[in-house]
Design a protein around this ligand. Structure first.
Ligand code: HEM
Ligand SMILES: [Cu+2]
Length: 851
């Protein structure tokens, strides 16, 4: 190994001993994440088997109804929130950078934080089952059952525990979006990226817009449960349907969120074993994007039986059928590729085929239940349980198992057994169909779902017994897989590099793999560089491409432009640290103590998690580099520090704020939803007293003050640049001649004014409701105004803290006129903030006037 490689290796070395757990590298974090998600899958699977034992014979009383409810709720919730979404994010964190020849994702510590949050939250939620206090409201948690009739802690565990995990999922989504858009190798234009990356991009964007409505719903429900704000209480003007809308606006995209990334694995596996590039690349991308879009317009098909007007049922029924088209396109492309190619048969491919076939059957029953009259019959019967498992197991589980077989050698250097794999395939395929096919029949003859038992002699006995036998067969299949994955393979020689002769970049990894991701960051000009670019691996290995060295001993990767992947920056990414883990522990504390209403403990954890996160940002982000540019090889020199839209941090802020705005818009949606369902909204009087609002003046004053604060923020950003070095020759920016170029006080003054105005805005937003003695528990109207006020006040508070942070950065010389990424990002936050305050202010002040 030459000197350069030794230095590079040293920079990327994974810590040893107990410090191993401070690793933040994508390969480590991705692996832990995958294993944890898989462990939750096994847990969910055991719950499924427990249900099947209970249902095997009629009139069984092995489980009490209470226990059964907890078990099926946890089964659905674990499978969806702790397995299906996380495992796909986990696999992406592990593999996406390798597929794109990046050394790491842009925010390694964020991935680590997300992982630890996920682990802590998952253990907390699952643990509740062992204390008999598990949630039991179904994975959909419909109120009023979960608000009025379940007053124990179960629903709180669901709401807070899973919100916590959803936030981790969103963090991972932000990371993956920025990763795909900004961390590609030079030359890999958007139309050359691996299909996997396309799918992940689509899915991450979907997560960004689908999860926030659910988080908003969780917030509303938790407020109703903890503080009696009646969002879903029909007696006080609330409406349980609001929850159903928010839940399914999330819930339907969710099924594509778990399906598309699995299909993405298929899209990587198929060309390799067909020995030919994927047919119809452009069609697949279009179809994936189309599915993503369409899936947001289908949610009402989960609510056909709620008495909605016929016209909306018609529209949503048609839209649901339409989604079969893009899905079909993708499947046809896969089949076409397999037909053109010279297919080599093996276990991974068998599971791909099992997945496609199963998914198609599930898709066909989906086409059936998307027809409303059919759904009226099938709704809430075992037919639905049969349908959803064909889709989920076919669309998610089988492809993931295929992915295990395919990528196992890349991750471990060893191979899973082909012979055992073929047997496992048959056991699982047969087991699955035996378990789930009969459910269609028991459903058709009327067996309802979510029941702990059924009377004998109604025709349910036989199909249920068969289902249980099938479920156990499937379980044995998973045990076989598990055995193969974990059995010691000491004697098996290491596989050769790129065992399957694949064409995509991740297979350039050596065996055993080095922690640096890739020896040098290549120039990519084709979709299958290992097949199509001459001497590619040789040049990568000899360090003939970019960043073959770590002269400063820092971890570096490359940032390129969004569309054309032109080199833009040499990005330094932070190394190992325990901070993300500690921050996750404290954040977990906030949610866990909050569940039990120990608000003081939650508050303390909140404080500590704030301190930890600030420390992490302070020490790890937007560091002023020792030199402004760096030669990265091949005669290219790149900046080491950028700010604004060129910076990955800016993108992360922008994307996060899109998600944040989506949650906010969901709350606003709630407000208007109540208006559409009530004749008079806001009502003049309710329950014998006048319904107080926030009044017109103070909310508008708050909006005005926030607007003024925003102007001050813009000035602060500008004045922070006083004395900035010229960016282009002859550039005299900004204030030369007016203010001495070393002056910093205007910046601090602007920050102080912005903070003052921000606080004044918070105060006046609060003052309106206070003055009119608005009581959030009085009516859904007062509650929805209050939640908007609360949300906005919190966001303004965060905005003020960010300004103080920026001022401190400048004071301690972590930021200066030329290195202003922090201030630019804070300003970006304020753009969204001012929008939030203005919308809140005008909606709550003016809408009652026009209504
Ligand atoms: C491994 C074999 C599996 C078996 C034997 C199984 C079995 C069952 C059964 C019997 C129910 C119905 C409970 C009831 O209505 O009383 C159910 C519900 C459900 N399952 Fe599975 N399941 C399996 C895998 C999965 C997977 C992989 C997923 C998702 C990725 C999943 C997601 C769900 C969901 C969302 C529900 C609905 C829960 C609810 O109604 O709240 N299942 N499962
Ligand atoms: Cu749906």
């Amino acid at each position: 190994m030459d000197e350069r490689a030794i230095r590079l290796l040293k920079a990327w070395q994974t810590p040893k001993g107990w410090r191993y757990w401070s690793a933040v590298n994508n390969s480590e974090v991705g692996l832990w994440y995958t294993l944890a998600a898989f462990a939750f899958f096994l847990f969910g699977g055991v719950l499924a088997l427990i249900m099947r034992i209970q249902l095997a014979v009629p009139d069984n009383d092995w489980l009490t109804p209470e226990q059964y409810n907890q078990v099926f709720t946890m089964h659905g919730s674990v499978m969806m929130f702790l397995f299906a979404v996380p495992i796909l994010e986990a696999i992406s964190i592990m593999l996406l950078p390798e597929m794109m020849g990046a050394r790491d994702l842009p925010f390694p510590r964020l991935s680590a934080y997300g992982f630890w949050c996920f682990l802590i939250g998952g253990i907390f939620v699952c643990g509740s089952l062992f204390f008999g206090v598990g949630p039991r409201g179904g994975w959909f948690m419909y109120p009023p059952m979960t608000t009025e009739y379940q007053t124990d802690v179960g629903p709180d565990i669901w709401l807070l525990g899973l919100s916590f995990i959803e936030i981790a999922s969103i963090a991972a989504a932000v990371e993956l979006i920025v990763g795909t858009l900004k961390c590609r190798p030079p030359g890999m234009r958007l139309n050359l990226i691996p299909l996997y990356a396309w799918y992940i991009l689509v899915v991450a964007v979907m997560i960004l817009f689908a999860f926030p409505p659910l988080i908003a719903g969780d917030l509303l429900m938790e407020l109703e449960r903890a503080m009696d704000w009646p969002f879903f209480d029909a007696e006080r003007g609330g409406d349980p349907m609001l929850w159903q809308h928010l839940f399914w606006i999330f819930g339907h995209p969710e099924v594509y969120i778990v399906f598309l990334p699995s299909i993405a694995l298929v899209a990587m596996i198929v060309p390799t074993f067909a020995r030919t590039p994927m047919a119809g690349y452009g069609w697949i991308v279009l179809a994936a994007v189309g599915t993503g879009f369409l899936s947001f317009g289908l949610w009402v098909h989960h609510m056909f039986t709620t008495g909605l007007p016929g016209i909306s049922i018609g529209i949503f029924s048609a839209a649901s059928e339409a989604v079969a088209i893009p899905t079909g396109v993708q499947i046809f492309c896969f089949i076409a590729t397999l037909l053109i190619g010279r297919v080599t048969k093996n276990a991974a491919l068998l599971f791909v085929l099992a997945g496609l076939a199963t998914f198609i059957i599930g898709g066909l029953t989906g086409v059936m239940i998307a027809i409303a009259p059919f759904d009226y019959q099938a709704h809430d019967t075992y037919f639905i349980v049969g349908h959803l498992h064909y889709v989920l197991v076919g669309g998610t589980i089988f492809p993931i198992v295929a992915g295990f077989y395919y990528y196992y050698p890349l991750v471990t250097g060893k191979q899973l057994s082909e012979r055992l794999g073929t047997i496992t395939f048959w056991v699982m395929l047969i087991g699955f169909n035996v378990a789930f096919f009969p459910m269609h029949i028991s459903g058709m003859i009327g067996m309802p779902r979510r029941v702990y038992t059924y009377p004998g002699g109604m025709g349910f006995d036989l199909p249920n017994m068969i289902s249980t036998i099938g479920a156990f067969t499937l379980g044995i299949g998973f045990l076989m897989l598990l055995y193969d994955v974990f059995r010691p393979k000491g004697k098996q020689p290491l596989v050769k590099r790129n065992v399957w002769n694949a064409g995509t970049l991740e297979w350039s990894g050596e065996v055993p793999d080095k922690p640096w991701g890739i020896r040098s960051i290549p120039i990519v000009t084709t979709r299958y560089p290992l097949w199509e670019q001459d001497n590619f691996l040789r040049d990568v290995d000899e360090g003939n491409f970019y960043l073959p060295d770590a002269e400063e001993g820092l971890r570096e990767t490359m940032v390129t432009s969004t569309v054309d992947a032109e080199p833009m920056q040499c990005l330094r990414v932070p190394g190992p640290s325990f901070l993300p883990m500690v921050a996750a522990l404290f954040t977990g504390g906030v949610f866990i103590f909050g569940t039990y209403h120990w608000y003081w403990a939650a508050g303390i954890c909140g404080l500590f998690s704030f301190i930890t996160i600030v420390t992490w940002l302070w020490t790890g982000t937007a560091k002023i580099p020792e030199k402004d540019t760096k030669a990265v090889g091949l005669d290219l020199t790149l900046p080491t520090y950028v700010s604004g839209p060129a910076a990955v941090g800016w993108w992360a802020m922008f994307i996060t704020m899109l998600g944040d705005m989506t949650a906010f818009v969901s709350l606003v949606f709630g407000y208007f939803f109540f208006w559409t369902v009530h004749d008079e909204f806001p009502p003049a009087e309710f329950d014998g007293r006048a319904v107080a609002g926030p009044g017109m003046v103070w909310p508008l004053v708050a909006a005005g003050l926030a607007g003024a604060a925003w102007v001050a923020v813009l000035l602060a950003r500008r004045w922070n640049r006083i004395g900035q070095g010229p960016k282009e020759p002859g550039d005299k920016f900004p204030a030369e001649g007016i203010i001495a170029s070393s002056t910093t006080w205007p910046f601090y003054v602007a920050i102080a004014i912005a903070c003052g105005l921000g606080i004044a805005s918070v105060a006046s937003l609060f003052y309106g409701p206070l003055k009119n003695e608005m009581d959030p528990t009085h009516h859904a109207y007062s509650a929805s105004v209050s939640v908007l006020v609360l949300w906005t006040m919190l966001h303004t508070g965060v905005g003020v803290l960010m300004l103080i942070y920026a001022a401190a950065r400048r004071l301690f010389r972590k930021m200066d006129a030329d290195h202003d990424a922090d201030m630019v990002n804070v300003t970006l936050y304020w753009h969204f903030l001012v929008l939030t305050v203005v919308i809140t202010g005008t909606v709550i002040a003016l809408f009652p006037e026009v209504a």
